[in-house]
Write a protein that binds this ligand. Structure first.
Ligand code: PMP
Length: 304
């Protein structure tokens, strides 16, 4: 990660190297925080942040789910992120807002701990590699199950929940794969460690419903809209591990991963073992909408 000039902390621009917190921060000990991952793209009309307002809305909702009293509105956070890109001179890159409990309380009850709000941004290329974007990645179903609705909140982007994702990611990499697919505790397909999953079979596009224990991904929503508008049928479908093996195409979506084809699952080639036409179309439409090279959904490109 390459350092930039400033990080926004609780309303002030702080030099990158001074953006530190105390070791007794509640969020560090108990994972009591909420965060976002957002991308900005260089376009011919300037820097456009992809669905910035939707991301900040999700952040505010995640805080609500966790019970964190947040002093900033969606509009404040949107303005802060834009200002941060401007002061850092970033034409594109990744934006990471995080809200967490700081110091002031060290029991499980976070009441009394200060709420800290931070936004950082830096340049970041393809999360699963340029080669992955072009030719697809190799994935395996994880031995870890996705955090369950009955004990956690899979549809809130809460820091502590990401230990589940880290374990699955580490296991996949140790096994020689690029990424993991997690099943939920009922044994149905949920999502990747940091990506939503799409499956194509007989020309129909499927994605696990949010009730399967997945994050309501903003890239997922965007790809769903773009493919429907392109004439395809997209349905939320509860899917089994076997459905993965019968798929003609599989791909991941996410802010970091964008649209990444999957060419192999559990040692079995997906379709012909290379990215298929629907995956290619999803990539084209998504990148075209994000960078403005296609005249689609201008409201998704929020200029700084
Ligand atoms: N699932 C998980 C678990 C994630 O962490 C992410 C990344 N935020 C996604 C899906 C994709 O969501 P989005 O498209 O909003 O980045």
């Amino acid at each position: 990660m390459e350092a930039t000039k400033n990080i926004w902390m609780d309303g002030t621009m702080v030099p990158w190297e001074d953006a530190t917190i105390h070791v007794l921060s509640h969020g560090l000990h108990y994972g009591t925080g909420a965060f976002e991952g957002i991308r900005a793209y260089e376009t011919t009309q300037g820097t456009a942040v992809f669905r910035l307002t939707d991301h900040m809305t999700r952040l505010v909702r995640s805080c609500k789910a966790l019970g964190i009293p947040l002093e900033w509105s969606v509009a404040d956070l949107v303005d802060a992120a834009k200002e941060l890109l401007r002061v850092n001179g970033l034409a594109g890159g990744y934006i990471r807002p995080i809200v967490f409990y700081g110091t002031g309380s060290m029991g499980l009850n976070p009441a009394g701990a200060a709420v800290r709000t931070v936004i950082a941004a830096w340049e970041w290329g393809a999360y699963l590699g340029e080669e992955g974007i072009r030719n697809g990645i190799r994935v395996a179903v994880s031995s870890w199950r996705r955090i369950d609705q009955s004990s956690f909140m899979p549809n809130a982007k809460v820091t502590g929940g990401y230990v589940n994702s880290v374990l699955a990611k580490q296991e996949a990499l140790a096994g020689g794969y690029d990424e993991a697919i997690l099943l939920n505790t009922d044994g149905y397909v949920a999502e990747g460690s940091g990506e939503n999953l799409f499956l194509v079979r007989d020309g129909v596009v499927h994605t696990p419903p949010v009730a399967a224990g997945v994050l309501d991904g903003i890239t997922r929503r965007s790809v769903d809209t773009l493919l429907r508008e392109d004439g395809l049928t997209v349905v939320p479908t509860t899917m089994t591990r076997t459905d993965l093996y019968y798929a003609d195409e599989l791909f991941f979506t996410g802010t970091a991963a964008e649209v990444t084809p999957i060419r192999e699952v559990d040692g079995r080639p997906v379709g012909e073992g290379r990215p298929g036409p629907v995956t290619r179309r999803a990539q084209e439409l998504f990148m075209g909408a994000a960078t403005g090279t296609l005249d689609l959904h201008p409201e998704w490109r929020e200029f700084i």
